[in-house]
Design a protein around this ligand. Structure first.
Ligand SMILES: Cc1cc2nc3c(=O)[nH]c(=O)nc-3n(C[C@H](O)[C@H](O)[C@H](O)COP(=O)(O)OP(=O)(O)OC[C@H]3O[C@@H](n4cnc5c(N)ncnc54)[C@H](O)[C@@H]3O)c2cc1C
Ligand code: FES
Length: 329
C-alpha cells in the first residue's frame, strides 16, 4: 500500500461538528483512486502514534484529496483541533472495495446517514462526471438540517442534473419538511418505488446499517444488489465462557495472552494492554496486518495477497483463533 506525506491546502467547516480538509503532495502526483475508497490518516496524540480510516469525499477527477471528518472521539477531535492549512500529514492508501466499479449499475440507490455521506458524495460526483444524465436516487438521514453535510452542494448538483433525486430524512425538522423521523419501509417504497431493480450502496454508523440492511432484506432486495460499508466499530463477539480460551503467544516478547472463541486477535491484545495500529477495525485498511502461526479464521482478507494467505498473514481486527497461536507484528 502506498504511504505518502501530504500537505493540507484547505480546511472548511461543513457543519457544527464536521470539517473537510483538502490534501495534496507538495511534489509528484496522487495515486489513482476509485470513488468510495478510503485512506488512513496518521497523527500523534501525547507522543503516541494514532491512525484512523477516512473515506475520500473528493471525486477521482479532483486534483487533490478531500477528507470530511465528524468530531466524535479521540482522534477525530485531535484532527479538528490541530490539522491546519500548511501542515503535513502521513497518509496510507487508497484502499477499500466500497465503490461502483465493484458492483456497477445503471441506476444506483445511495443510502447514507451522518458522516456516511462521504463515499456517497464521492461516488455521486464521479458517476455524474462520467454519465451526466445518470438516474440516481440518494436518500440521506441526519439528525437535523444543521447536521446535513454538503447540503448546499447536494441541492446544487440535483438542480443541474435532473436524473438525480435526493431526499433528506431528518429526525428533528420544521413541520413542513416532507420526511421527518427515521427512514421507514413506507418512505423507502415512496422514494424508490423501483427499489428491487436498483443496486443499493449503504453507509453509516453501525445501528443505522443494521436497521437498513434488515429493512432492505424484508423488502425483498437480493443480497447481491447491496454493497455496504460501516463507519462504526463492529460489535465484539461475546465469549461463550471465560474458561473457554486459547493462548496467543507474542513472538517478540514471548508473552502469552488469553484469547476467547469469537474474540478478534486485536481485541485480545488490547484487553491484555498491548498496543497495535488499527485504523479502521473493519478489515478494510490493512494497518493491523500481522503474521500468525496456528489455526485461525479470517473474517476479512482485504489488502492480503494469495501469498499472504498462504504464509499466515492476517488482519488482527478481523481474525479469530481456532486454537493456540503465535503472533508477530
Ligand atoms: C472504512 C471507514 C471509513 C470511514 N470514513 C469516515 C469518514 O469519511 N468520516 C468520518 O467522520 N469518519 C469515518 N470513519 C470513522 C473513523 O475511522 C473513526 O472511527 C472516527 O473518526 C472515530 O474515531 P475517534 O478516534 O475520533 O473516536 P474513538 O474515540 O475511536 O471512538 C468514539 C466513538 O465514536 C464512534 N464512532 C466511530 N465512527 C463514527 C462515526 N463516523 N459517526 C459516529 N460515531 C462514530 C465509535 O463507535 C466510538 O463509540 C470511517 C471508518 C471506516 C472503518
Ligand atoms: S484495522 Fe483496518 S484492517 Fe484491521
Amino acid at each position: 500500500m502506498t504511504s505518502l506525506t501530504l500537505t493540507c491546502i484547505g480546511r472548511q467547516q461543513n457543519t457544527h461538528d464536521v470539517v473537510s480538509w483538502q490534501l495534496t503532495p507538495l511534489s509528484g502526483s496522487l495515486p489513482p483512486v476509485l470513488a468510495g475508497q478510503c485512506i488512513t490518516l496518521h497523527t500523534e496524540i501525547d507522543g503516541q502514534p494514532e491512525c484512523r480510516a477516512y473515506t475520500l469525499s473528493s471525486s477521482p477527477q479532483d486534483e487533490c484529496w478531500q477528507v470530511t471528518i465528524k468530531d466524535v472521539g479521540r482522534v477525530s477531535r485531535h484532527l479538528h483541533q490541530t490539522l491546519q492549512v500548511g501542515d503535513e500529514i502521513r497518509v496510507d492508501g487508497p484502499f477499500g472495495d466500497f465503490n461502483m466499479t465493484a458492483l456497477p449499475c445503471e441506476r444506483p440507490l445511495l443510502l447514507s446517514a451522518g458522516s456516511g455521506i462521504t463515499p456517497m458524495w464521492a461516488m455521486l460526483q464521479d458517476e455524474l462526471a462520467k454519465r451526466p444524465d445518470a438516474d440516481i436516487r440518494f436518500i440521506h438521514s441526519a439528525r437535523s438540517p444543521a447536521d446535513v453535510i454538503f447540503a448546499d452542494d447536494l441541492a446544487a448538483l440535483a438542480e443541474t442534473h435532473p436524473g438525480v433525486r435526493h431526499a433528506l430524512i431528518l429526525e428533528d425538522a420544521p413541520a413542513d419538511h416532507p420526511w421527518i423521523g427515521r427512514l421507514t419501509p413506507d418512505m423507502l417504497r415512496e422514494l424508490a418505488p423501483d427499489l428491487l431493480s436498483r443496486h443499493v450502496y449503504l453507509c453509516g454508523p453501525t445501528p443505522y446499517m443494521a436497521a437498513i440492511s434488515t429493512m432492505l432484506a424484508e423488502l425483498g432486495l437480493p443480497p447481491e444488489q447491496l454493497q455496504q460499508e460501516s463507519f462504526g466499530l463492529p460489535p465484539v463477539a461475546p465469549a461463550t465462557t471465560t474458561s473457554d480460551h486459547f493462548w496467543l503467544t507474542l513472538k517478540k516478547s514471548g508473552k502469552k495472552v488469553k484469547i476467547l472463541p469469537g474474540q478478534t486477535l486485536l481485541a485480545a491484545l488490547e484487553v491484555a494492554g498491548e498496543t497495535m495500529m488499527a485504523a479502521c477495525r473493519a478489515g478494510v485498511c490493512g494497518s493491523c496486518r500481522c503474521s500468525t502461526k496456528g489455526d485461525i479464521e479470517r473474517q476479512s482478507v482485504m489488502t492480503l495477497s494469495a501469498q499472504d494467505l498462504e504464509s499466515g498473514v492476517a488482519l488482527a481486527c478481523s481474525c479469530t483463533a481456532k486454537g493456540d497461536i503465535t503472533l508477530d507484528y
